[in-house]
Design a protein around this ligand. Structure first.
Ligand SMILES: *Cc1c(COP(=O)(O)O)cnc(C)c1O
Length: 439
């Protein structure tokens, strides 16, 4: 009899056919406000009689206004609006890499952090990550420096800043350029200062899932006039080059052998209006995630990121750690499956497979297997990408990572966080129902 009472009152997990614990819906993201929609409308109206206004040649339209806003907020003298962070990263690499040069980057990222090196004819070399921040481990970076190394591409993964002082110190010792991939980290602070201002270049994304979502757009920032002028030569319209390039030798190079990497001015108008609420949205992102971390303290099987004091991230996603010992007999995939069924947005690892172990890298098949860039220089023929190169990153991907996307956390979602915590408790109180789940 007690058995049947137990069955009646013990909640059935959603993955076994019960009611999901999470009832509230997450806000959609991106979510343009009326004033942002109006800003785009006004830009188009202006463009009816002022052709240059909507062309990103740098003649006073929304593209230039957005660049100036980035300069002001980051305290940097130069900004170049681009069509995405990927374009900004490629431009940066084009400015510093020559064919066959090596650039050191993280295997724990979105592929474009490494693709920008390949696109510029460089050879990506992967350093391992720090087990807490999941960003480049400066000691591992230094161990991989060779006479052919020219640059470090550091990513502020998930919004967590990389250890920029230590990375810059490695760069200074070996004469390297530092490129920051800030696509997931707009507003994140390292030692109180915004990321993107530590390296020689900062690359931001205004893509639709990012902190400042504005369709597809990006921004390249630098404090170095030479790098700024080179960047214009790579990817901007000659009219823009003519306006902003001062160096006589570089002025002589102005031509239209370019990539069309300029920013879409309507995206710029949207982003410019959206910047008025970025600080507020970032405050909510910080606050909401801090609340969730607190609510999940002590829940078996999961740990929030454990960060050094100097890291003040604006979360783009959270990469949780799965703690197998605390949930015996349950795999990471089963744990995630049970939570997803309850309505918790969690998956097994955003990165999935570390970049150095993807087929493109292992088989050196970039550009449809033409052998480029490795074939371009005999010294690159011997570079291999293999398991064991970056053990910390590899273990994160194969055993530990669980990811929650947080783009929707830009407003007060406290009630949703409480439902998530209830879902976690429901699942971890009934692990018997999770055991044996098919995944
Ligand atoms: C999104 C992203 C990019 C690319 O940004 P786009 O604006 O889409 O070109 C590059 N790096 C990282 C880490 C990203 O998350």
């Amino acid at each position: 009899m007690t058995g049947s009472i137990h069955a009646d009152f013990s909640p059935l997990l959603a993955v076994r056919g019960g009611e999901p614990a999470v009832k509230l819906r997450q806000p959609s993201w991106p979510c343009p406000t009326d004033s942002e929609i109006e800003a785009v409308r006004q830009a188009m109206i202006q463009g009816k009689t002022d052709w240059a206004y909507l062309c990103a040649a740098g003649k006073g339209g929304p593209g230039q206004a957005l660049e100036e806003r980035f300069q002001r907020e980051l305290g940097v003298p130069f900004a170049v609006g681009t069509c995405g962070a990927g374009a900004a990263l490629h431009i940066a690499c084009m400015c510093v890499l020559e064919m066959g040069d090596e650039a050191i980057t993280s295997p724990y990222s979105w592929g474009q952090t490494a693709a920008c090196i390949l696109q510029a004819g460089g050879v990506p070399i992967f350093a391992d990550i720090d087990p807490n921040t999941l960003t480049l481990d400066p000691a591992s970076v230094e161990a991989r420096v060779t006479p052919r190394t020219r640059a470090i591409v550091a990513v502020h993964m998930a919004g967590v800043p990389a250890d920029m002082d230590a990375i810059n110190a490695v760069a200074a010792r070996h004469g390297l350029t530092v490129i920051e991939d800030c696509a997931q980290a707009q507003g994140s602070l390292y030692k109180g200062r915004p990321v993107g201002t530590f390296g020689n270049f900062g690359c931001f994304s205004l893509g639709s899932g990012k902190h400042l979502a504005a369709g597809d757009a990006g921004m390249l920032v630098t404090s170095d006039r030479t790098l700024f002028e080179k960047a214009l030569l790579v990817g901007m319209h000659p009219a823009r080059m003519g306006k902003d390039i001062e160096d006589p030798q570089r002025r002589a190079e102005i031509d239209n052998f370019i990539y069309t990497y300029r920013i879409n001015t309507l995206s710029a108008a949207w982003a410019l209006a959206e910047m008025d609420r970025l600080a507020e949205m970032n405050t909510w992102r910080r606050r909401n995630l801090a609340q969730l971390f607190e609510l999940l303290a002590g829940v078996p099987g999961i740990r929030p990121p454990h960060l050094p004091d100097w890291a003040d991230p604006v979360w783009h996603m959270v990469n949780w750690t799965f703690v197998a010992e605390e949930v015996p007999g349950i795999s990471r995939a089963q744990y995630v499956k049970a939570l997803r069924a309850e309505g918790v947005p969690i998956s097994t690892g955003y990165v999935g497979s570390p970049l150095h172990l993807r087929p493109t890298m292992r088989q050196k098949r970039y550009h449809f297997g033409r052998g480029y860039p490795w074939a371009a220089d005999p010294a690159s023929h011997f570079i291999e990408y293999a398991p064991g190169d970056c053990p910390v990153a590899e273990r994160r991907c194969s055993e530990l990572d669980m990811t929650t996307q947080t783009g929707w956390c830009y407003c007060d979602v406290s009630a949703i966080m409480k439902e998530f915590a209830a879902a976690f408790r429901k699942v971890t109180d009934h692990l018997d129902q999770v055991r044996g789940l098919e995944v």
